[in-house]
Design a binder for this molecule. Sequence first.
Ligand code: NZQ
Ligand code: ZN
Length: 384
Amino acid sequence: MRNFTFHNPTRIIFGEGEIAALDAYIPREARVLITYGGGSIKSNGVLAQVQAALGERTSFEFGGIEPNPTYETLMQAVALAREKNVDFLLAVGGGSVIDGTKFIAAALKFDGEPWDILAKRVEVRDALPFGSVLTLPATGSEMNNGGVISHRAKGDKLPFRSDATYPSFSVLDPTTTYSLPARQISNGVVDAFVHIVEQYLTFPVDAKVQDRFAEGLLITLIEEGPRALAEPTDYAVRANLMWTATLALNGLIGAGVPQDWATHMLGHEITALHGLDHAQTLAVVLPAMLSVRRDQKREKLLQFAERVWNITHGTDDERISAAITATRVFFERMAVGTRLRDYGIGGTSIGVLLAKLEEHGMTALGEHGDVTLEVSRRVYQFAV
Ligand code: NZQ
Ligand code: ZN
């Protein structure tokens, strides 16, 4: 196992009815800006619960944060927060709203052009305090310090992270997810699955606990994902999915182990260029990525085959192929297409995707730093 420091300051408040607990974790005198997306929190009653919990506090609202949140929209929220002299942000929604709120929190304390946080990777040293009410289990943003922001005008989608952008708390009430459309349930399961794989399917470093936690989370997604589609208001299923997605990317399983993230970086370029949902890009890229890099990932692929998929017969190569196929079949069972052509995209844009990867410095990705543009080209070609 590698050396590591693990510190996660986010308080998790989990369970049905817990939105009311907001009252205990936001200062009474706070001036709160509630940030949200396209309006799902109005129709499913979550906003009303949040307002009731805030009680007499002074609060304002900023809606309209889009999936794959944009710099352009978020800077409007920064202006509103300044105008209203807000001192606490409350993100209510999915990963896009929480990521966007992290950017708003950082931009409010940033000296200079906030896009440099993404484009030039300028360090974020301070941010306004914020909490979240999660409504879509997927990204882990509710308990991590990262965010992914898009710049519409430039056609960029880039990540940032900072110790200053952990939520101070997140409320996870599984009943808020009952109103999710099937497509978003599927997206969440696929995204969480790939987060685990990015931290698990690299090479062995004898990190037994991290491996077994990761395998347990993957098996839970395989069991509960299809049930969430079939039984949309089963509380236990939703609760298990919600906590799995959080644990998939809160730093725990990634501590002390090598990490990959090449699938995510290639996926971000597909979203920026073609507008696919984040998880759709992952479902397309991951099977191709594993196929192209099966030699480098050999030992962990064999472990994944046996412990996650119960594949024990056949030669090493046959078991690895079967595990990659099982992964693809699982995504398709979750009704997420695993080929670019499923989304009407052929191979003609691969040149542009590679040029964007190069522009963003994504030329030596993966746990060995050996995912060059040439390897990425093969992955994109394989994904068509
Ligand atoms: O905008 P509203 O009206 O709320 O509707 C949203 C949105 O249309 C809807 N939704 C959310 N909760 C709902 C609901 N609809 C009904 N009932 C509910 N309870 O779902 C749609 C998608 O929401 P979004 O927040 O975009 O989805 P997700 O949570 O999958 O977030 C995706 C974003 O997170 C980034 C992705 O790149 C993408 O931009 N990621 C963030 C990460 C992180 N911070 O660590 C890691 C991930 O790898 C990922 O990159
Ligand atoms: Zn993701």
